[in-house]
Design a protein around this ligand. Structure first.
Ligand code: NI
Length: 390
């Protein structure tokens, strides 16, 4: 299998050229028209049959072998973020205000490199690999739309794979975690209504500012007192708004924030307590609360069996890597929707290189990564696909 890593390394100039080209021309979710064109062109150059226009800009192609089944799907996201790039890289964004600040340019380059490798290894393949290039991962529901528009194909895949370059960890590090590994994300907006009045006569008003302050503090008790100390959750209030000046008690306050959990039972406890605390504290202050709570994504849950097989493949293909099997993050990912349909494994591929100053965090204006991670990811995904199908 180590010929696989060698071959992926030989393809590095190709991988890098694709990544840098996409990095120069980043596009926001559902607007990835140029990106989608590059993907379709490259896959067609390999002689693959390509379907475009799924969920606006999504692209799907299949690598077929003598055995049509089982099917393994791989998902690569392709959208950029509304961030002004400050990397000074020679391949920096030429699209002002838009930047590949999460590494999805790299994910597309990985996907196209995997297509090359699998095409060459067709004879060793005992099934079909379905490559899914997905738009609009950044909170825009691209995965759900791809699935709704038929991206999974006629034969539901038996396995799913995907990977994210991960700048929290150095290149050469891999995170292959069975079970929940990225959090379920909810977002909330709470409106607290009291009665406005004069700042000097609070007894004649019903003060929503005071109520909002007490709610923020009381919400901290959920993680501290209601979630088991051996499980995890986050309740973050990230915005409090209301009031204009020093002598007027405003009639309303608005809170916004996010809730993150891994296990469904923890999620339901946290959501239940959230509503009780917000309504209860608001009522105790004589205010009324109106809660708008939306689920963004479920948790990303890796299938234990598939994760174990990916781990075995990783040890064979990338023997020099450091592999962690218990790395989790409170970040969220809409890969969760694919993994709800198909048992699979989402892999973190360490991509930071502090010596080259390539270690800014994801979504930062200086975000950039060591492109060697792309080769490692492409080799691992290809090898794991071949192994899972055999
Ligand atoms: Ni991302």
């Amino acid at each position: 299998m180590n010929q696989l890593l060698d071959r992926a390394q030989q393809l590095f100039p190709y991988t890098q050229r694709i990544r840098r080209d996409l990095h120069r021309f980043p596009e926001l979710g559902f607007q990835e028209h140029r990106t989608s064109g590059v993907i379709a062109r490259e896959l067609e150059n390999l002689g693959l049959e390509v379907t475009t226009g799924i969920a606006e800009t999504g692209v799907v192609a299949q690598i077929e072998s003598r055995h049509p089944e089982p099917v393994l799907m791989m998902r690569f996201d392709m959208d950029a973020l509304p961030v002004v790039e400050e990397t000074n890289a020679e391949y920096a964004s030429q699209n002002p205000g838009v930047m590949h600040a999460c590494g999805h340019d790299g994910h597309v380059a990985i996907g196209l490199t995997v297509a090359h490798l699998l095409k060459e290894m067709r004879n060793e393949l005992n099934g079909t690999v379905r490559l899914i290039f997905q738009p609009a991962e950044e909170g825009l529901d691209g995965a759900r739309r791809m699935i709704a528009e038929g991206a999974l194909g006629e034969t539901t895949p038996k396995f799913a794979l995907g990977a994210h370059v991960w700048n929290e960890k150095p290149v050469g590090w891999l995170g292959v975690t069975p079970g929940p590994m990225m959090a379920a994300a909810e977002i909330f907006e709470v409106e607290i209504t009291g009665r406005g009045g004069h700042g000097a006569l609070p007894n004649l008003a019903i003060d929503p500012v005071n109520a909002a302050a007490q709610i923020v503090v009381a919400l901290n008790a959920i993680v501290a007192r209601n979630v088991s100390p051996l499980q995890s959750a986050v309740v973050s209030v990230t915005s409090i708004r209301g009031g204009e000046t020093f002598n007027v008690i405003p009639p309303k306050m608005r809170l916004q924030g996010t809730i993150r959990t891994f296990e469904p039972e923890v999620r339901s406890i946290v959501l239940e307590r959230f509503e009780q605390i917000v309504n209860g504290v608001a009522a105790s202050a004589g205010c009324e609360a109106n809660i708008d709570l939306k689920s963004l994504t479920p948790a990303v849950v890796n299938d234990a069996g598939v994760a174990q097989q990916v781990m075995n493949s990783a040890r064979m293909i990338l023997p020099d890597s450091t592999i962690l099997s218990d790395f989790r993050t409170m970040g969220s990912e809409d890969m969760a929707f694919f993994l709800n349909e198909v048992p699979g494994c989402y892999i973190f591929v360490g991509s930071a290189n502090p010596a080259k100053k390539l270690d800014a965090p994801h979504h930062h204006p200086k975000f950039d990564f060591d492109e060697a991670a792309l080769t490692l990811a492409a080799a691992l995904l290809t090898g794991a696909a071949v192994d899972l199908l055999s």
